[in-house]
Structure formats: C-alpha cells, structure tokens
Design a protein around this ligand. Structure first.
Ligand code: 9Z3
Length: 332
C-alpha cells in the first residue's frame, strides 16, 4: 500500500500529534458543556453507517461523506444572550450535499440550525408565509406559483432520509460542532478511505472556555467589555491524524484578500495534510473556487451560460474523481 507521493499519504507513527496538542483537545472536550442528545446521535450514526456498510458493493464499503455547513457560534454567556458568529449561509454545504447524493454517496450533513438545507435552494426566504395561503373556509392551500418547488423539496429530502442515504445533524455552538464531529469521525473511522470529510463550515478560531464564561447576561453598566478569547485547539490535526486517519480530507480556506488566498491554502494543505484545500474569496465564492492539491491548482467555475448552474456541481465532480483515485491507490 504505497500512499506517498500522491498527496495521499496515510498517517504513520512519525506524524502522530505532540502530546501538548492532544492535551489541549482533551481539555477542550472535558470543559465543554456536554451534548444534550449525544447518546441518541451516536445511535443514529451507528444505524446510518451500518445500513450503508450493508449496502456495500463487492464487499467494498459504500462511500460516505460528512459535509459540514454554516458557521459556528461562540457564546459569551452560559445562559446565552450574546454570541460571536462566523459568516456562512450554509449554501455551499447544502448544494454540495445534493451533488454528492446524485453521485451515489451517502451524506452526513452537519449543519448550522436555521442554515440552508439541501433541495431547498429554490424556496422563497420565508416558505411558510410565501408558499401557502388561507382560503375563505380556513383551509390552507399551496400557492400554485411555488407548488413544484415545495413538492420537490419535500419529496427529495424525505426520499433521501427514508432511503437511509442522508442523515442531518444540527449544531449551533463551537462546542456542539466539535463534539458531533468527533462522534461522526468515530463512526466513519471503520470505513477507511471510503469516507470523505468535506469541511465547508466556517469554524470559530477563538472561544470563551466554558469554565470562565459568565453565567448570566453580561451587564453593560460596568463599562466597556474587556474579554480575552482562548484559541480553539487545532481540531483539524486531531481529526486527520487521530480520529479517522484513512479518510479523504477536504477543507476550505476563505479570505477576503485574494493576494494571500493561495499561499494560505497551500499552508493549510501542508500543515493539516489535507488531500485538497478549496480556496475561495468571499465576494466571488459562488462563481469560482480554486482547488489546491499537492500536484495542482485547478480553477473550478460555475457554468455561467446555464441558468441556475452552481459552482458546487463541477466542484463535487472533481472531488469524486480525486476520491476515486485515492481509494484505488489505497486498495492497490
Ligand atoms: C468556506 O470557505 C465556505 O466555502 C464558505 C461558504 C463559508 C465561504 P456559504 O456557506 O459560504 O455558501 O455562505 N468555508 C470554510 C471557512 C473557514 O472558516 N475556513 C477556515 C479558514 O479559512 C479553515 S477551517 O481558516
């Protein structure tokens, strides 16, 4: 199994993380408020992965991708009134989920509560108020203008969930996001190279540790707020090196200054040993992205000649192609 020289090396003992990094991660999890539905989430994940493993073709595990989507929040108070947020609508993750499903993958969609959902991009902003009307006899009716869109959103989502190929898990805070990501990685570890982590969520770099967080709403009467944020441990390293080391990894790099974008993406590729880093600039992120690997930099563009075409379509196509090459290499 020769994985070197293809940007696709598995992690060997020399690559193991230093103990300090592991300790930082351990203390982050120990001090985080426990997930309220951890046991239930673990059961859902186990059932989802078992079902997908049993769907395997020629004894090979079915391909599963964990798509993360939306931004994490950092609460400033335990009984949270205020929080710091990260920019992300969740469109990238939701659209990519649809294309992965079309490509035959099963998807664990780890998304920010209230963010964009797969199959729902054509719905109006407030679907409940805009898609329905109340007739004279108080019967609720669908506005014919939106009937097809609503029907498609409901049937496609329900079919994917019922077929056991789409599992949707919501998060809001950085604590929830990282704890659920850890549960997902534990459940996908056994799939080896058949699993992809497609990390499109915008994840907080800084946070207030739970033990030093105010319990009640911070009072403004005491003057300007002086607050020191701790750095979120580099969870990407732990995920890649320890939690699921054989999976295929894709992270995203977002910048507003295009002059530093590619250098930052290159740095992330090397530092976290990603298989692909997808570089995007805030203002053009829906038009084009640059896929950075050890061997190449490929610009992927939305087909602007087609109405409604999305950049995620050719992007996921490229990811699937490189993932197939990775699986072949590992299996050789
Ligand atoms: C991205 O760069 C995503 O493509 C976007 C998608 C968040 C821009 P939308 O959800 O936007 O469609 O509105 N995600 C990663 C952003 C991020 O925080 N990356 C970190 C970084 O750049 C690395 S994990 O340092």
């Amino acid at each position: 199994m020769d994985l070197k020289g293809f940007g696709m090396d598995a992690v060997d003992d020399a690559d193991k993380l230093p103990e300090t990094a592991i300790n930082e991660v351990t203390s982050f999890f120990e001090s985080a408020p426990p997930l309220t539905d951890a046991a239930e989430t673990e059961i859902c994940l186990k059932e989802f992965v078992d079902r997908n493993t049993s769907l395997s073709v020629n004894g090979k595990a079915n391909r599963v991708v964990c798509v993360t989507s939306g931004g994490t929040t950092v609460p400033l108070e335990k009984q949270c009134v205020r929080y710091i947020d990260n920019f992300a609508s969740g469109h990238r993750g939701a659209a990519s989920t649809e294309y992965f499903l079309k490509a035959g993958y099963s998807v664990i969609f780890l998304y920010r509560r209230g963010g964009c959902q797969p199959f729902c991009s054509l719905l109006p902003d407030d679907p409940l108020l805009e898609c329905f009307t109340v007739a004279d006899d108080s019967i609720i009716e669908m506005d014919p203008l939106h009937a097809e869109t609503v029907k498609k959103a409901i049937t496609e989502t329900r079919a994917a969930v019922a077929d056991g190929i789409l599992l949707k898990l919501p998060f809001t805070t950085i604590f929830e996001y990282l704890q659920i990501l850890q549960l997902i990685s534990a459940s996908l570890r056994g799939l080896g190279p058949s699993a992809i982590f497609y990390l499109a969520a915008a994840v907080s770099d800084f946070y207030v540790p739970w033990e030093s967080m105010a319990l009640h709403k911070i009072q403004s009467a005491s003057g300007p707020l002086d607050m020191r944020l701790a750095q979120v441990p580099k969870m990407l390293s732990v995920l890649r090196n320890e939690w699921a080391p054989m999976a295929f990894y894709i992270s995203f790099k977002l910048e507003t200054d295009k002059d530093i974008l590619l250098a930052k993406a290159d740095m992330a590729l090397k530092k976290y040993k990603m298989h692909m880093v997808i570089a995007n600039e805030l203002s053009t992120r829906k038009e084009e992205v640059i896929v950075v690997t050890e061997q190449e930099k490929v610009t992927v563009r939305r087909d602007s000649t087609q109405a409604g075409a999305e950049v995620e379509c050719p992007l996921v196509e490229l990811v699937v192609d490189r993932h197939s090459a990775y699986i072949k290499k590992v299996d050789a």
